[in-house]
Each structure stands twice: as C-alpha cells, then as structure tokens.
Design a binder for this molecule. Structure first.
Ligand code: ADP
Ligand code: MG
Length: 252
C-alpha cells in the first residue's frame, strides 16, 4: 500500500527543551494510526507539525504531494504556501472541540470551505448537510455549540474538518474532554470513517479503541518513537521497556 504521510527525522525544540528528537514515521492510505505515550512526550507537538500549525526545526514532512523540509531552522522560500497547503490536507480535531461559539453547527461547517476553498455558499451547505447527517447531527444543524452536548460538539467539529475534504484527519485526544457516556459516539465516527477508507492519526488514551481499530500503533516517549507497529504486538508483547511501563497504567 502506498504511503500518504512520511515524516523523516523531525526535530522541534521550545527554547532549550527538545520536544521532538528525530521522529520518523509512515502512514499508509486508509490506515488508522493510534499515537500513544505519556503526557508531555510530544504527541500534540507532532500533530501540530503535521498540519502546519507548528513550525519545526529540522526534518521533512510529506503529505500526499506536499513536502515541507527544514534545515537548521531555515525556512524555505515558499514555506508559507506549503504550511497553508498542509493545513488544507490535514483536518484537525482538538480535545476542546474549538467550534466557533457564535456560529451554528451548519455555519461552523461551511465557513472554511467558503472562505478558504472559495466554494459557493449553496454548494458548501449541501456538502456540510451531508456530513452533519453522517455524524448524526441532521436534526441539530441550526443549533449553537453551547446548545449541544460535548459528544455532539465533537461530532460537529469532525464534520467541520471533513468539509474541507482533507486527505488525512488528525485528532488530538478527541474524547478526553467528554463525559465517559459520550466517548463511544465519537469513537464510533472514527470507526465509521476508517471503514470508509479515511486516513486518520489519533492521539488517544482509549487503549481498547487503539487495540481494536488501529492498523498501526506508535508509542512516543520523551520526544522519540520507541516502538511502532501492529497493535496486537504492542499491547500484548511490547519490545520496549518504556512501552511496558506506559501501558502498565492502563492494564490494571
Ligand atoms: P503531549 O501532547 O504528549 O502531552 P506536548 O507535545 O504538548 O506533549 O509537549 C511536549 C513537550 O513540549 C512538553 O514538555 C511541553 O511542556 C513542551 N511544550 C509544548 N508546547 C510548548 C510551547 N508552546 N512552549 C513551550 N513548551 C512547550
Ligand atoms: Mg497533548
């Protein structure tokens, strides 16, 4: 299978603190990759680099036909165009939903397609309505975020990201802010998108989901990938001591 994402030797520091220390990974088309690891190990930083929200210092990111390469912190001449392209290729879903509070769910899902992709409003609305129905919000399109449950807000955020027709969806702990009873509905959407062939990278602490649904699990520790591969292997017979130590907390 062809790779959609490759990351090579990615480095990112905040001042003297190295958050990513030479991360390399690959994600194939239609795969779901679960990115796991202890708090502060660099998961969010990695996702933010992948969708161009964060500038990195060294290394290379390729998503589809877009390649962004950095050497010694020097920006390539066309770097702002490439960052914008990356952002369009990679839909991002955050722990805290980040919907626009003053816009309805439908308006949330049509804003970027109209403003950024220059779609006509009727065309954008048609696509957004389909996507909102798909995530189970067909009856809630005219609601404001504050009128929705956390699970509904997160599903709206997923529809909004999908409306940009990204090549890959990136999720940063999409269920961590949810009441436990609402977690399943968001995991269910990611499962459904996986069945439909969407490429997804999910930072998550939902280990059962990672084990059951992911094609690949990547374990990050202190800015380095310590292990990556088949979920069954990682969850039942991890080869790295740091993976065993991290998973201990979830297996009790
Ligand atoms: P995770 O998502 O795995 O919890 P992060 O990627 O958020 O980890 O953070 C990795 C490391 O980088 C942490 O030590 C964190 O404190 C640091 N860090 C993250 N963002 C910033 C920032 N904007 N400024 C300074 N340090 C940061
Ligand atoms: Mg994080």
């Amino acid at each position: 299978m062809k790779q959609l994402i490759t990351v090579e030797n990615l480095h990112k520091s905040y001042g003297a603190h190295a958050a990513l220390k030479g991360v390399s990974l690959a994600v194939e088309h239609s795969q779901l990759t679960a990115l796991i690891g202890p708090s502060g190990c660099g998961k969010s930083t990695l996702l933010r680099c992948l969708n161009g929200l964060e500038q990195f210092d060294e290394g290379r990111i390729c998503i589809g036909t877009i390649t962004l390469e950095m050497h010694e912190g020097k920006l390539p001449a066309d770097h702002s165009t490439k960052l914008r392209n990356l952002r369009e290729q990679a839909g991002m879903v955050f722990q805290s939903f980040n919907l626009f509070p003053h816009l309805t769910v439908l308006e949330n899902a049509t804003l970027a397609p109209v403003v950024v992709k220059k779609q006509s409003k009727p065309a954008a609305e048609k696509i957004a309505r389909e996507l909102l129905k798909k995530v189970g919000l067909g009856e809630r399109m005219d609601y404001y975020p504050s009128q929705l449950s956390g699970g509904q807000q997160q599903r709206a955020a997923i529809a909004r990201a999908l409306a940009m027709e990204p090549q890959v969806m990136l999720y940063d702990e999409p269920t961590s802010a949810l009441d436990p009873t609402l977690v399943g509905e968001v995991l269910g959407i990611m499962r459904q998108l996986d069945d439909e062939g969407m490429t997804q990278v999910v930072v998550t602490h939902e280990m059962r989901f990672a084990r059951e649904v992911a094609d690949q699990v990547i374990v990050l520790s202190a800015g380095e990938i310590v292990e990556a591969g088949d979920p069954e292997v990682i969850f039942t017979a991890p080869s790295d001591e740091r993976t065993r130590e991290f998973l201990k907390g979830f297996l009790q």
